[in-house]
Write a new protein. Sequence first.
Length: 224
Amino acid sequence: MTGTADDVGGPTDRRTGRSSVAVVEAYAELARRVLAGPARLGRTRLVAVDGPSGAGKSRFAARLADALAALSGGRPPVVHTDDLLDGWDDQVTFWPRLDEGVLGPLREGRPGAYRRYSWVRQSFLPRPVPVPVAPVLVLEGVTAARAVVRPELTLAVFVTAPASLRLERAVARDGPEILPELRRWHAGEQAHFAADDTANHVDLLVDGAPTLPHDSDRYYLRIG
């Protein structure tokens, strides 16, 4: 991969320092690529959709799940890492909870489960969310494609967008009162991605703030 995520100006080519070229690609073709790929988490093909908050990861994951459902006849489970966080301070440290409840069982060919965190109640809800053994599992969220899980990924995606736009999106969604925590969260993301070198170890770099006209339900913009 030649592109890397630049938090302010967007992706650039490391060799030239110039902006990378965006190419329109179909979710349907990406879904075929996933289904044709090897299952590395037990019998499951694990797809990680990573990137900073507000970049468009959830939308990308949902569109890919829709495309997979159209091809395979069943929508794959989608696990959002935000649902496993024990509040703001669990940005990176939630992973053992995910591995024990979801990835570990699937690794052994057994269904997994997790309890969803309620940001309103500030506690985990009692009822577990089941995660069946399926041909594909989509894992979406910050640090989803971290180094420890790379050997088990069938596909790793990094969605990027300018920091100012990501901040604007988050405030519009959750309100300005979250700004202090959000700025601390963004700093933590940046530190993690730098240490993990995430964007340079994924299979696909996606523009989460495209300006090129396209049907966003069927297509995305790959940065190459």
